[in-house]
Design a protein around this ligand. Structure first.
Ligand code: 4AD
Ligand code: MG
Length: 467
């Protein structure tokens, strides 16, 4: 085979270098034609579109062409020519090499229109479909958008640990990390497990959030963000929960809640704008396939201010709606943790816009949030989105040593376990704020997909850790 460098399909489709010889490699999506000419739609993952390969049957071995079936991998050298078809160019094959066969009797991606549920069972192959190609390219672009936003604002990307001995959210939803032999667990006279001989010499877990360490970084580098995997052993089988998900957590010294809200709003708008400008082809495909209002919804969010109100005001609106006949599955009262149906009512029916809800009852929020003067609420902020519900959770942090220590004790977080965190309040404490954005929740919003299992390559959920 003639030795020339491979050009990606995304480049070829933009190329004007007609009548030159090119090399393209990819996987066959379809092959059709007649006894004289075959048309192969070739995709290499670089973009949604395929390039058409035109094969003059007379010039090729019949046995070779037979093996070029859906899913097979081929390398083609040929002439790039202008085309009358959908695409502006195609390749007239001079040489075709079969790199890898895909037996039509066993390759699972044969027929068009597989369900998303079926594709989850073949998560190792689903990136070869248009849908998952589009979703995972957008996932990449959103990660780039995040780094671009913070980098340009002078934030430093700070790597917080994945294995930790502290429960940031205090919610007891941690996966333990151990090298102990579970078949031969040693317990002491009280029936407790002795971790002295475990790998870390103490009980360790996968992190639920990088925030605590992120705060340490903010109290030295000023403005930082973490962006990494986080883990929650919550047994929630919903379209919005994963046991392993990625979180983006900025933390800013000297910032109070108002600045934090503005940062959150600007940040999400930047990401959505990025999708609109960098992912046009994939967005259009996903919109046509799954969600006709997707692009309109993205534009709406970018062009309108988020509605800001307090939890107390939100609850009053919900109570009023119930009085007027609105039915919810879960009860609403001051002090309740809002369910997704309540959040979505505020966003989708009441305000028809993203909402930032602030000043929640302290009982339903974490120990580290700054306490308000009323003694009942804390300076929390949740950003609520159409179709998603909560996309961001954050707060101003309690910077007062004594208040923090008391609250941590009340909530069952021994401050001796987080002495290093407490130290930031002992030495040069200052107001500071931050938040966490669920990366997959953002992806749900920008791709228009409706199940969180379809925006992460290999979802981990209760009873499922395949691939
Ligand atoms: O509201 P959460 O629990 O906040 C924190 O963890 C804070 N420490 C963040 C901070 O202030 N630095 O989680 C933040 C976001 C949620 O708003 C949601 O988008 C996402 O993380 N999230 C999940 N996403 C997928 N699956 C889950 N099980 C999630 N739990 C939270
Ligand atoms: Mg939350």
């Amino acid at each position: 085979m003639e030795k020339i460098g491979r050009t990606k399909v995304v480049e070829l489709l933009k190329s004007e270098a007609f009548d030159t010889t090119v090399c393209v490699k990819g996987w066959v999506r379809t092959k059709r034609g007649n006894k004289n000419v075959n048309f192969i739609a070739l995709n290499d993952g670089s973009c949604l579109a395929n390039i058409q390969i035109v094969v003059d049957v007379a010039n090729f071995d019949e046995e070779l062409l037979k093996k070029i079936t859906t899913g097979a991998s081929v390398s083609v050298v040929g002439t790039l020519v202008a085309s009358q078809g959908q695409q502006k160019c195609e390749v007239l094959a001079k040489e075709v090499e079969l790199l890898g066969e895909a037996d039509p009797n066993t390759y699972p991606l044969q027929k068009k229109g597989h369900t998303l549920e079926f594709l989850r069972e073949i998560a190792h192959l689903r990136p070869r479909t248009n849908t998952f190609g589009a979703v995972f390219r957008m996932r990449h672009h959103m990660a780039m958008a995040i780094h671009d936003f913070f980098h340009k604002k002078g934030f430093f990307y700070f790597h917080t640990p994945i294995i930790t001995a502290s429960d940031c959210e205090g919610a007891g939803q941690m996966f333990q990390v151990t090298t102990m032999n579970l078949y031969d667990l040693k317990k002491d006279e009280n029936g407790s497990i002795n971790y002295d001989n475990d790998f870390f010499g103490k009980q360790a877990s996968l992190t639920v959030s990088g925030q605590l360490e992120g705060e340490l970084a903010a109290m030295s580098l000023g403005s930082i963000y973490t962006f990494g995997p986080t883990f929650r052993a919550e047994n929630s089988n919903t379209p919005r929960h994963l046991a392993e998900f990625w979180m983006v957590e900025p933390e800013v010294a000297f910032a109070e809640i108002e600045e934090n809200m503005q940062l959150a709003e600007d940040f999400i708008k930047h990401c959505i704008n990025w999708a609109l400008t960098h992912c046009e082809e994939d967005l259009k495909f996903l919109s046509d396939m799954y969600d006709k209002e997707l692009i309109e919804r993205l534009n709406f969010v970018v062009n309108n201010n988020f509605k800001r109100l307090t939890y107390t005001e939100g609850v009053a609106i919900l109570e009023e709606a119930i009085k007027n006949g609105k039915k919810f599955e879960f009860p609403v009262f001051w002090g309740c943790d809002l369910a997704s149906e309540h959040e979505r009512f505020l966003v989708e029916e009441q305000f028809k816009s993203p909402v930032i809800l602030t000043d929640y009852p302290k009982e339903i929020k974490s120990f580290y949030m700054k306490q308000n003067e009323d003694g009942k609420t804390v300076r929390a902020m949740d950003v609520l989105f159409p179709k998603i519900g909560e996309i961001i959770g954050g707060s101003q942090r309690e910077e007062d040593y004594n208040k923090l220590e008391t609250r941590a004790a009340e909530m069952g977080v021994p401050s001796k376990d987080i002495w290093w965190y407490m130290d930031t309040r002992r030495f040069g404490t200052a107001p500071h704020s931050g938040f966490g954005l669920g990366f997959e929740r953002l992806l749900l919003f920008v791709t228009g997909m409706s199940n969180i299992r379809d925006v992460i390559p290999f979802p981990r959920t209760p009873k499922n850790a395949d691939f």
